[in-house]
Design a protein around this ligand. Structure first.
Ligand code: ZN
Length: 161
């Protein structure tokens, strides 16, 4: 069996060896493999899934190591983060800018668990609405820190278990 790699699009799934698309175990009809949704190749699936990661889209400042460690602690998983640079021009309509941000994010990480919202609340709220009910990863200033240090403090989840 060829060595499967984790899909770049979804760190929690094996990727199709031909096109990289995530493979879904639910598609296994009992023949030990699945058909890729993208290129239609049939791929044998190993019994084990890749280690599950907590996937975060960060729309804020890059997370410091302390935040990543805290995120692993809070989620109980390894963490995978993509950071999207946010430059909101408040002189221009926000709706279009937020849509572009959401599209960029879902292109870089189509499957995600949570987001670190952008600082500007009038951008953060519509962005949240456009995305697929992500957890909100709260990053707070550490009290009394100088220079100010921002660390992940909480994960707020809206998913029904
Ligand atoms: Zn494929």
């Amino acid at each position: 069996m060829t060595e499967l790699k984790v899909s770049k699009l979804d760190q929690n799934k094996w990727g199709c060896p031909r096109c990289g698309w995530p493979l879904f175990r639910e598609d296994d009809m009992g023949d030990g493999g699945v058909t890729c949704h993208s290129c239609k190749a049939w791929v044998p699936l190993p019994d084990e899934d890749p280690p599950v990661k907590y996937r975060v889209i960060n729309f804020s400042h890059p997370l410091i190591q302390e935040s990543l460690t805290k995120l692993e602690e809070l989620s109980g998983k390894e963490v995978d983060v993509v950071t999207i640079k946010v430059h909101v021009d408040t002189e221009k309509p926000l709706a279009e800018q937020v849509k572009v941000l959401a599209e960029e994010a879902e292109e870089k990480m189509p499957f995600y668990d949570g987001i670190v919202p952008p600082g500007l609340s009038s951008a953060a709220v519509p962005l949240f609405a456009l995305l697929d009910k992500p957890d909100v990863v709260v990053v707070n200033k550490v009290a009394g820190s100088l220079p100010p240090k921002h660390v992940v403090s909480e994960i707020i989840s809206f998913r029904e278990e």
